[in-house]
Design a protein around this ligand. Structure first.
Ligand SMILES: N[C@@H](CCC(=O)N[C@@H](CS)C(=O)NCC(=O)O)C(=O)O
Length: 200
């Protein structure tokens, strides 16, 4: 399989961390691309976004949530609890973490636009989504898996890692001791260390 990715993408990192945790990483060839300019990526995925997975049979999957579920199915990985509260909680966490990442990505991009190309109102809305999303995750931080054993925990770890990458000085840990303590542990896992963000 080939995974088209960018080293700055928290969604691509989520797939890579999940693959590592369920031990399917060695079946994936990584293809580094710039999603803004890569013509092959556009030909595979009409949205030209990373992550995009080309399966061994040539079929193409995109959307990190789908790719993670596909890999988990291939590897019988167990990142998805059976239908019930544990599953709803894991998928809700994935949704919140992905939303935080989407807001953080837009905010970071806006911060690098000139003041006449950006809207303060939109930027405030993205910042509010990040803060409120983190507060919501903090509420149940005590039940997050320290083994990154489900897709919710993988997703939350990648969202926190992305904030540290984009804004090393942003005090997201302040008032969020549960998330901070948890991330200090899971951030050391080999899946997280092997997939650290870096500027291309
Ligand atoms: N919902 C998508 C989001 C993917 C996404 O937004 N990827 C960004 C990089 S973090 C991207 O490829 N952006 C390029 C673009 O928007 O053209 C997923 O979960 O895979």
């Amino acid at each position: 399989m080939k995974l088209f990715y960018a080293p700055t993408s928290p969604f691509a990192r989520k797939v890579r961390v999940a693959a590592h945790e369920i031990e399917v990483g060695d079946r994936i060839e990584l293809v580094l691309v710039n999603p803004w300019s890569d013509a092959e990526l556009r030909s595979l995925n009409p949205l030209a976004k990373v992550p995009t997975l080309v399966r061994d049979d040539g079929q193409v999957l995109f959307e990190s949530a789908l790719i993670c579920e596909y890999l988990d199915h291939l590897a019988a990985g167990g990142l998805y609890p059976a239908p019930g509260e544990a599953r709803w909680s894991a998928l809700l966490r994935q949704g919140i973490a992905d939303g935080v990442n989407a807001a953080a990505g837009r905010l970071f991009a806006d911060e690098h636009r000139s003041s006449n190309e950006r809207s303060n109102g939109v930027m405030q809305r993205q910042a509010a989504a990040i803060e409120a999303g983190l507060d919501r995750l903090e509420r149940d931080a005590g039940t997050l898996s320290e083994g990154l054993a489900d897709i919710g925990a993988v997703s939350v770890a990648c969202a926190l890692g992305y904030l540290d990458f984009r804004w090393p000085d942003r005090a997201w840990r302040s008032g969020r001791n549960g998330l901070a303590r948890w991330f200090a542990v899971v951030g050391q896992r080999s899946s997280m260390v092997a997939t650290q963000h870096r500027s291309p």
